[in-house]
Design a protein around this ligand. Structure first.
Ligand code: TXA
Ligand code: MG
Length: 302
């Protein structure tokens, strides 16, 4: 259990414009007061993130939606009721109070209620919205433990709340419900199957073509080593080929790339000093859709 005094300290820091890293069920977030533009700017600075990349605002209960969204279409209400707290971010038209620093200048805002006792205590006690991207430098592997956050951000973060390893291990599913039919902008911890079941209709994934050619995507979620995705069964052949060229290679197994293990596995591979990480592409069912998405971005040309 996290000490209530740590929550108090974190809330005080947020109120004074500080940056607090906190656990969620997906990944650790780097939090700041969503109503404080200076604090929001510090997030972008510390992450090295372009100002046009909007931040997700975290709330402790669905009832706060009306303070942050200008309108709440039926599908949004339905999804929030069904899946919050949980690994789902809803994109809605922003209420006037929402800072354009948080939204990267856009008229929409990403909102989510995370399902983690430490995050919920923090958010409840803070009472406002906490803007939080994943607590890593821009483009790098997301953190799923407090130790990962300390390794990545060091003294650039004022305080790290430790809630143990994240139970899901990949980021929230982002669903645009701001106008018309819901669309998945980023596959994540809430599966497409569960979304479709809740809404009773297909929910498309934006930009998902049949085959995504390596190098077409922007690099993200990337370890230092090169990531090579292969068809399951072809791992050893590729490893032998690369080793014969003098490259240091590690082969990840299916269990290493389950959502909960994925980012820790990529970090361990980097720590072992390899040049190439060979990964079998997972089936894109359930959480496999999010894992495949992250791997494809990690494998994109730098
Ligand atoms: O699980 C998560 O979502 C974690 C935890 C900490 O909650 N947060 C997270 O934040 O992954 P971040 O900043 O690393 O990724 C947020 C993504 C970005 O790709 C951003 O472009 C998108 O959400 N996003 C945020 N607001 C948006 C908006 N108004 N319209 C479209 N995309 C938005
Ligand atoms: Mg991120």
């Amino acid at each position: 259990m996290t000490d209530p005094l740590d929550i108090r300290k974190a809330v005080d820091l947020l109120r004074r414009g500080g940056l607090v890293a906190f656990p969620t069920e997906t990944v650790y977030g780097l939090g700041a007061d969503a109503d404080n533009d200076q604090a929001l700017k510090a997030i972008f600075r510390v992450k090295g993130r372009p100002e046009t990349h909007p931040l997700i605002i975290h709330l402790h209960q669905m009832e706060q939606l009306q303070d942050w969204a200008a309108s709440i279409p039926d599908p949004a209400k339905k999804l929030a009721e069904r899946f919050w707290p949980g690994p789902l971010t809803l994109i809605l038209r922003k209420a006037s109070r929402v800072s354009r620093v948080a939204t990267g200048g856009q008229e929409t805002v990403g909102l989510r209620v995370p399902d983690h006792p430490v995050a919920l205590s923090l958010l409840r006690e803070f009472a406002g919205g906490v803007a939080a991207p994943s607590a890593n430098r821009f483009g790098k592997v997301s953190p799923t433990t407090a130790e990962h956050v300390r390794q990545d951000l060091g003294s650039d973060v004022d305080f790290v709340l430790d809630g143990g390893p994240c139970s899901i291990g990949v980021e929230s599913t982002i669903v645009d419900v701001s106008s018309g039919d819901p669309v998945i902008l980023r596959p994540g911890g809430l599966t497409r199957e569960r979304l479709e079941e809740a809404l009773g209709r297909p929910v498309p994934v934006k930009g998902a073509g049949p085959v995504r050619v390596s190098g077409q995507l922007e690099s993200h979620y990337a370890p230092r080593a090169e990531v090579l995705i292969v068809r399951p069964g072809e791992e050893e052949e590729r490893a032998t080929e690369l080793r014969s060229k003098g490259r240091k290679v590690v082969v990840l197994r299916e269990k290493d790339v389950e959502a909960r293990e994925l980012y820790a596995s990529l970090r361990r591979a980097d720590e072992s000093g390899v040049d190439v990480i060979i990964v079998p592409l997972p089936d894109t069912v359930g959480l496999g859709l999010a894992v495949a998405d992250r791997l494809q971005k990690a494998a994109a040309r730098r």
